[in-house]
Write a protein that binds this ligand. Sequence first.
Ligand code: GAL
Length: 893
Amino acid sequence: MNIFPAGLPLSPSPWLGRLAVPLALTTWLLAGPAAAGAEGLSARERISLDADWRFFKEPSPAPDGDLLSYAQVKPWVLATGMELAQGAAAAAKVRPAGNPGGGPVAYAENGFDDSQWRLLNLPHDWGIEGPFKQEYPGDTGKLPWWGSAWYRKHLAVPNTDQGKKIYLDVDGAMSYATVWLNGQCVGGWPYGYASWRVDLTPFLHYNADNVLAIRLDNPARSSRWYPGGGIYRNVWLVKTAPIHVAHWGSYVTTPVVTDQSATVKIQAQVDNDSDLDAKLVVNEEIFELKDNGDRGKSVASLANVALPVAAHQSAPASGELTVKRPKLWDINKPQRYVAVTTVLQAAQMMDQYETPFGIRTIEFTATNGFLLNGKRVPIQGVCDHHDLGALGSAVNTRALERQVEILKEMGCNAIRTSHNPPTPELLDICDRLGLVVMDEAFDCWQAGKNQNDYHLLYADWHDDDLRMLVRRDRNHPCVILWSSGNEVPDQGRPIGITLAKEHAALIHSEDPTRPVTAAVSDYNAAFSGFQNTFDAFGWNYKPGNYAQFRERNPALPLFGSETASCISSRGVYFFPVGNNKAGGRGDFQMSSYDLYAPGWATPPDTEFTGQDKNPFVAGEFVWTGFDYLGEPTPYNADVSNLLNFFDPAEKAKAQQELDALGKIPCPSRSSYFGIIDLAGFPKDRYYIYQARWRPDFPMAHILPHWTWPDRVGQVTPVHVYTSGDSAELFLNGKSLGRKTKGQFEYRLRWDDVVYQPGTLKVVAYKNGRQWATDVMKTTGPAAKLTLAADRAKITADGRDLSYVTVTVADHDGLLVPRSMNHIKFSVSGPGEIVATDNGDATSFEPFQAPEHNAFNGLALVIVRAKTDQPGTIKLTAESDGLAPETITIKSSR
Ligand code: GAL
């Protein structure tokens, strides 16, 4: 298909290049902008560009992963990112003359009539709109996320902006983005998880209509999970004076930290994009940063540092300040500061740039794990992919914040951004809420895992993509590890060592203060020399080999970069409870006894044992915190695949079962790995982690549920997760015995319980004292719906969300465990239903529908407040035969 349909005549604007300056600029510099007096405003503005885009998805044939069009735009796209490239690479970043395709590109031309295109706001993910189809690959969620599409936006730029630099900052677009402004190709970026900037200045029309056109080309067979498709992160218009702090141009480190004082080093790069040499003055000031992002009190300042910067050059401005009695950033008390860099010329403010940061020390040790501010903090982490369940990959800050809150409640203190750079908002949230982050770059290097994955980009882009990651994220106190990759196939090749060394050197050239690591799955790569290219070694799924690692690598810090991969469906239990590695059956669910995992993986308990036997291990990142779209192991393709997940001892039996099933194609569209399901409802596993990770929080959790009319008189094992050390179980008041956790035991098991309806109660003890209880009751039939909103008050900004949990309950309000009732939702007032879900990995129900089946008693409705319309939102849930319920959510400015 020709991506460049013939169109209107070429716009006459010539390419001016970074070094060329519009005439008007000189005047502006001499006269100064009217508003920028000595105490005037910073010339910098950062404006959300998310609203009102026109969208057109090109009709796409079968997902064949055609990248032809990238070949056409590549020379223009490669010229992007000059501020990141070094030396010869930077010099090579020159935009070719003319435009890709040789002629005008119709969809990029100003005169093109886009009124028939769909109007929408970013962030946007076209894939999540579905429909799910059985024939689409399960590994990427059975959703149509591939293909090419255009986004267009009209922009008015006033005359008063003449002389300014005007940039488009894209936090992330999936993928192979190319940007045109007023018909001229400006640049782009292929890696869908990168953030990037293009300079719009040379092509702008002042006091006139401007048209931004962005084309994405998302190749099929480019991902092992659901990537989404579209401009799925936020987009900004940034305006600065020609003299300004560079893109991601400030770097704050704290080389000396004591109780009494901290040395804060601020290194800012100032660009002079004007025609005149400039004698500048730089001021630095540090303020405490409040939770709401406002500046608190000023704690240090440094004024009047002279900085001459020649025309069209950059210069570093560096200053060291002392903060007395610093309030450290810690996971329990994440105090932050903000460094404010002010650049002045002849007493006029040219730029003011804010860099939030934290004062803390980090250290990975070989003997004592990870130290934060000198104290050991066990890494209690999870890996997560970027999708937000029913919202797809379209970024929403509240959706992310909710995820982090749910994780924190479990005792999680760390997130690994598997396997790519996260959206910037996630790091802001972790800074604010006190979680540490392993910030990851890639899922492969030179050798790929998929026909069209990053290995195609590696040669041209890995340098810029790594620098982008580090420069963008290096001021976040939450970031404690740079990961250059996950299970990269190169780990087992001789070239792997060379590449890993090169990445580490590059990362350290941008940030020497944090260790470089990777998530390594290859056993041999821990002994081949590959391990020595890292400052801390991340090993995936090797709890049984930690001692061996230490013996042969005595000085290398070690942590479990990916652990467990236990699989379960919320509220599902298979009997008899076996110890086979995976289980699995024809309804495509997984048992929640938390004993099942694929061949390479383990139940949580096995990993805990590995760590407790080897306390030098810094901790773990569990695969995964939340279920995600795609990779529905063990139901990836058809059930014959299941055999690979059974214990060899169980294989013969499993083979018989599978033969009986036939070759049924699996309908699953999302993972079973999550501790928390796709809708955000905790599975039982949540509580085995909470028991371990919050030892001082009194809790006990019984599984399974206790409504089994079909199991009266049958053995129905009961497991209890508790932060206590022992517990007594009672069925209908009768004690079934008290059990104590042995060494390396993390759950209490009553394996011989014979099911009788009634009340199962556990009383947990810690150090001989009663500690916590839990009760599981046999329920009556489903009688009503109950609704509970995670937030009853939200902001009327068109983005804020309330997550409403819908429970199918009996007369007493108890969740009816296996209910799957179909529920309809309606909303009145200034809100809308943006998505519904139930956490069922096999459901093909559209996420956008105002109706959903419950899955094992629960469903979710995500309600969004409308922009600037404060008021009362009412959500009603109805289902045949059940009493309906309405809930009220207040939306205010
Ligand atoms: C790992 C891999 C993850 C995920 C996981 C499932 O090997 O790094 O991306 O696929 O397996 O267990």
